[in-house]
Write a protein that binds this ligand. Structure first.
Ligand code: NAD
Length: 297
């Protein structure tokens, strides 16, 4: 049988990712700062640890799936962090979307302990289907070992280069996603206010040159599609706070590389405003609702 894999952070993404590892026969050692989310795994017979250090003591391959840079620093370098107990030769994969410079810093600390760190942020909200894309940064000759685990959770596992480069790729993707989501929401809102039927308008866009993932797979207008957050009061999915965070990371990358990102900057401000207006816990497609309510936006 397979040796256990550690998994830390069982939120919207971590939960279905962990389940896919179980499906592929990997026993898990789980930890989340919010113990309730581990309950269903415990009831299904998986082992729950008391801290990230405890996970590192029991598993030599660990995947982390946390909200932001701060949480990754805490889980790796904190008082009860992975680094307190990490075994030599361990493989630590951080799938959180965080600042690439933090990934590089963590990689250095992990290396000092004789272990390996890779950043492997993901794209594709459809975690449940095992259809994620992983963008992997780190030492190339460790890629195959990472691929073994990531391949259980995603159909595309792409090597991007040195540590941090997975994050760089992910940040570009999410900036584009934010811009296209806001654009889709604006177009749908304009059409509806011009008297068009939302379902018909979505159908037309999706047969035309305006088509994008936000219009044909994750439409932000309630009732246009089934099985997406917009048709479930914007619950679940990808939180507005997380999108605002990713746009902040894009802003940081743009500053350090002197790159103009005009629409990315506007998108950042829109998502930050939404966070302060009660949308922080809703899926990021709720920008449609925000635009509807802000008549004078
Ligand atoms: P989430 O907030 O739903 O889940 C994060 C989990 O981490 C929570 O269960 C939380 O309790 C736990 N956590 C936080 N701090 C912790 C700590 N110190 N120790 C242990 N556990 C801790 O977030 P999510 O939607 O699963 O996203 C996770 C990451 O994946 C983010 O970086 C996000 O940007 C990225 N991402 C999300 C999506 C998506 O569709 N939701 C898609 C691609 C990438």
């Amino acid at each position: 049988s397979k040796t256990p894999v550690g998994f830390i952070g069982l939120g919207n993404m971590g939960n279905p990712m962990a389940k896919n590892l179980i499906k592929h026969g990997y026993p898990l050692i789980l930890y989340d700062v919010f113990p309730d989310v581990c309950k269903e795994f415990k009831e299904a017979g998986e082992q729950v640890a008391s801290s990230p250090a405890d996970v590192a003591e029991k598993a030599d391959r660990i995947i982390t799936m946390l909200p932001s840079s701060m949480n990754s620093i805490e889980v790796y370098s904190g008082a009860n962090g992975i680094l307190k107990k990490v075994k030599k030769g361990s493989l630590l994969i951080d799938s959180s979307t965080i600042d690439p410079s933090v990934s590089k810093e963590l990689a250095k600390e992990v290396e000092k302990m004789g272990a390996v760190f890779m950043d492997a942020p993901v794209s594709g909200g459809a975690a449940r289907s095992g259809n994620l894309t992983f963008m992997v940064g780190g030492v190339e000759n460790e890629f195959a070992a990472a691929q073994e685990l990531l391949g259980c959770m995603g159909s595309n596992v792409l090597y991007c280069g040195a540590v941090g480069s997975g994050q760089s790729a992910k940040i570009c993707n999410n900036m584009l996603l934010a811009i296209s989501m806001i654009g889709t929401a604006e177009a749908m809102n304009l059409g509806i206010r011009s008297g068009l039927d939302p379902k018909l308008l979505a159908k037309i866009l999706n047969m035309s040159s305006g088509r994008c993932w936000s219009s044909d797979t994750y439409n932000p207008v309630p009732g246009v599609m089934d099985g997406v957050p917009s048709s479930n009061n914007y619950q679940g999915g990808f939180g507005t706070t997380l999108m605002a965070k990713d746009l902040g990371l894009a802003q940081d990358s743009a500053t350090s590389t002197k790159t103009p990102i005009l629409l990315g900057s506007v998108a950042h401000q829109i998502y930050r405003m939404m966070c302060s207006k009660g949308y922080s816990k809703k899926d990021f497609s709720s920008v449609f609702q925000y635009l509807r309510e802000e008549e004078t936006f």
